[in-house]
Design a protein around this ligand. Structure first.
Ligand SMILES: CC(C)(COP(=O)(O)OP(=O)(O)OC[C@H]1O[C@@H](n2cnc3c(N)ncnc32)[C@H](O)[C@@H]1OP(=O)(O)O)[C@@H](O)C(=O)NCCC(=O)NCCS
Length: 188
């Protein structure tokens, strides 16, 4: 088992400042706000709104508003309940991810099983950040969420499907447009 301290060391390199940082450890939220609002306004990142319309409206637009929304999200985080992370490429915030319990999980998912979600912005996709971000969150799930989590992936999102399947998630349900994937540490 990877301890959380080891995971932190493994997933964030203080020299290159590349890796995953939880919201409570972000040193410069203003620069995160500037990076996200700029990237999310680019047409090549418009697909993020398909899966995360709320996130898109909170973090795209006026930088001061984005900054306030980021702080608000940070304040709502609580270990083992709602944890959010920024993915850094050097000093640039290139993605966001979350592990969180939800009030109404999909069919077949217990209330104490958190949802995994996240994105990486272009032009930083395809460079391994999505995999790093997911592996990090699975360690968080093992450490503080009893080793189980689910993720909803659109049926036409083949990149995300490959990513979650490569990390041991399996389909346990579906609706018209999405698969429900489950991660269970005990089955790894
Ligand atoms: C899904 C997502 C997070 C992946 O992030 P990423 O940084 O591009 O992922 P990685 O670079 O770690 O690549 C993960 C896998 O996808 C593959 N991949 C990435 N971009 C690809 C592309 N454009 N075409 C084909 N394969 C691609 C990689 O080759 C890798 O597979 P491999 O391990 O078999 O080589 C990112 O595409 C994204 O944010 N998409 C929009 C939002 C979304 O779909 N979120 C997930 C919904 S829960």
């Amino acid at each position: 088992m990877v301890t959380f301290a080891k995971a932190l060391y493994q997933y964030y390199n203080p020299l290159t400042m590349t890796g995953i940082v939880s919201f409570e450890n972000i040193k410069d939220m203003h620069s995160v706000a500037a990076d996200l609002s700029r990237s999310l306004a680019q047409p090549n990142n418009a697909d993020i709104a398909i899966d995360f319309p709320g996130t898109m409206s909170r973090y795209r637009g006026d930088v001061e508003d984005v900054y306030k929304n980021l702080l608000e999200t940070g304040e709502s985080c609580k270990p083992g309940v709602r944890e959010q992370f920024i993915v850094y490429a050097g000093e640039i915030a290139v993605g966001l991810s979350a592990v969180q319990l939800v009030k109404e999980p999909p069919e077949g998912i217990d209330l104490n099983v958190p949802n995994l979600s996240g994105f990486i912005v272009n032009p930083w996709r395809g460079k391994g950040f999505g995999s790093l971000s997911l592996r990090y969150r699975l360690d968080v799930v093992d450490e503080r969420f009893n080793g189980k989590a689910y993720s909803l992936v659109r049926k036409d999102n083949h990149i995300s499907q490959r990513l979650v399947e490569a990390n041991g998630l399996v389909i346990i349900g579906e609706n018209e447009s999405k698969y429900t994937y489950l991660y269970n540490r005990k089955l790894q």
